[in-house]
Write a protein that binds this ligand. Structure first.
Ligand SMILES: [Zn+2]
Ligand SMILES: [Zn+2]
Length: 334
């Protein structure tokens, strides 16, 4: 009588398991088109490498023939010729699957050649390669560096810019990541070549003297910057927010001239006159530089919007500041 263990050992299971390539229903024919602007050697190698993959996966010839046929049709649909596809199909048919499943070490033909010629792929790539090879003997015969350049270089290509690269622009700028001092992209900076420099507040941040709120300066603002929303401060702590599409220093000089001639039309001049401030006590800093949008739009109107935003949030209208109430116009938002 058999024990339970012996009975279990006598049971044989029959699996009907085959190895084939599975494709999702959403799979699309995304092979590189034969007309793609890529090195011909790369495009020619694709059918061969994909057929090898099918050969390696399919565990019987019937499955291989069926799936290789489907694969070849997909390559034909992408512009590959019958001759090219048929040639590689014939080659792969003659390879045994078991040979593809054994461990294979790539033979690196360039292991002894440290020199690589990297260039962007283009119409002249082949010409460049042949010119370099033709004149390589000059480097090889050089007594000091000749031993490094014994073998001609291997050619490697970077992808050439596509139509997408040339036509599509991101709305978001890539942040500049460079070393000091060029990584300072925000704040106020003197041009060191004008009289307005002496009155500039070179800060990256503005702190409201009454509320303590902090406002980060947006943009790299200098005396020569244009399309800037700026801030004027007087010795008693009142603020004035203005905007200019001309150079910032030009607008600052206009304010100082208005103070010196006691211009009644200027709210800043009126305050300086009534408080007994001197024009040299006027300090300024840029708050934001309105850059040109890559998608267009009215830059001047955005400048007006930003000015109104700062006037409202910094509360700079008379009597809390030096701005006229008329300057807080909301029509730019309509
Ligand atoms: Zn300056
Ligand atoms: Zn004052």
């Amino acid at each position: 009588m058999r024990t339970t263990e012996q009975a279990a050992l006598c049971i044989t299971y029959t699996f009907n398991c085959t190895d084939e390539i599975y494709c999702k229903e959403t799979d699309r024919n995304s092979f590189l088109h034969y007309q793609s602007f890529l090195p011909p050697s790369l495009k020619r190698s694709l059918p061969y490498s994909q057929l090898l993959r099918v050969r390696r996966i399919c565990d019987n010839d019937v499955a291989f023939e069926r799936q290789a046929g489907e694969l070849c049709q997909r390559f034909r649909d992408r512009g590959y010729t019958d001759t090219l596809v048929g040639y590689y199909l014939l080659q792969v048919r003659n390879i045994q699957r078991v040979d593809l499943l054994t461990h294979w070490t790539r033979q690196n033909d360039f292991s002894n050649n440290p020199v690589t010629l990297v260039s962007t792929y283009g119409h002249i790539s082949n010409n460049l390669k042949s010119i370099v090879h033709r004149h390589w003997h000059i480097l090889r015969s050089d007594p000091s560096i000749g031993n490094v350049f014994q073998e001609p270089p291997r050619s490697c290509y970077k992808r050439a810019p596509s139509l997408r690269d040339k036509l599509v622009r991101s709305h978001f700028p890539v942040p500049i990541q460079s070393s000091f001092p060029f990584n300072i992209t925000q704040g106020n900076f003197k041009c060191l070549n004008c009289a307005a420099c002496n009155f500039m507040i070179t800060e990256k941040m503005f702190t409201h003297p009454k509320t303590g709120s902090k406002y980060k300066v947006k943009g790299r603002i200098a005396c020569l910057s244009t399309f800037v929303v700026y801030l004027l401060t007087c010795p008693c702590g009142l603020l004035y927010v203005g905007k200019t599409k001309r150079q910032l220093k030009t607008r600052i000089f206009e304010h100082k001239c208005a103070i010196r001639r006691n211009d009644e039309k200027s709210s800043v001049a009126r305050h300086f006159q009534s408080a007994g401030h001197d024009a040299n006590m006027l300090k300024f800093m840029g708050l934001e530089m309105v850059s040109r949008s890559p998608r267009g739009g009215d830059r001047e109107n955005r400048l007006l919007q930003r000015e109104a935003w700062y006037i409202f949030n910094l509360n700079t209208c008379i009597p809390n500041g030096m701005n006229e109430w008329e300057e807080l116009s909301l029509s730019c938002f309509l």
